[in-house]
Write a protein that binds this ligand. Sequence first.
Ligand code: SF4
Length: 264
Amino acid sequence: MEGTIFDIKHFAVHDGPGIRQTIFFKGCPLRCWWCHNPESQNPKPEKYIRTNKLDGKEFKKETEIGYRVTIEELFQTIQGDKIFFEESGGGVTFSGGEPLLQADFLYKILGLCKNDGIHSCVDTTGFASLRTIQRIAELTDCFLYDIKITDNNLHEKFTGVPVHGIIENLKWLDQNNKNVILRFPVIPGITYTKKNITKIKLLLQSLKNINQIDLLPYHNISNGKYNRFKIENKMKDTKPLSDEEMLKIKTEFESVGFKVGIGG
Ligand code: SF4
């Protein structure tokens, strides 16, 4: 069996506990306005022209992003970092894009990791069927689960998909006591509005077992990628929030009993 990925990051420290290997799956059903990885959205490998400058001259080269990989090849790469996982309490994180878009491939690789004692996290939007979430929950040790906007119309406007199912899946994970760390991308004027923060707090309060959330600050760093992949960047003039504003949100979420981190 093969899957499509677009990157592997070794020695990652923000994608779950300890030192991790993060595997980026290609393909995402969402189209978030603030996406830092627009090259992850298309599920197929894509060609683009990379421009490098040297001594005032420009050099163009056709490059491909995304490649097919077999379960065996990928598992071998994961095992290559096992010593670092063991030393640090780390493991492998499947991210994207949206890894649940390749659920069968993910399920198989998670099974191999579990059998080999390798800790795994799945970094997800939660946009999948409940059955898919339940299958993956059988095998992964932890979900890193995005929660962005609670209003359905606004969620659809800014991400391209409705939020109902995402919240229902989250409630199932909570009721079944699965290990979940929430992630909240703090996007000025979109997720960071008084109304949305109030509603997110209500959602957090309604959860019985999940009690950890990481705030992901917005960074305007992806302009070049948008140009390269000919995708409109609707956020190019948006400024990141200050440290004080981030601390304010941290305090707000702590007030409902959550452990809050800044950065993922
Ligand atoms: S869910 Fe993540 S990868 Fe998908 S469009 Fe949104 S920010 Fe990009």
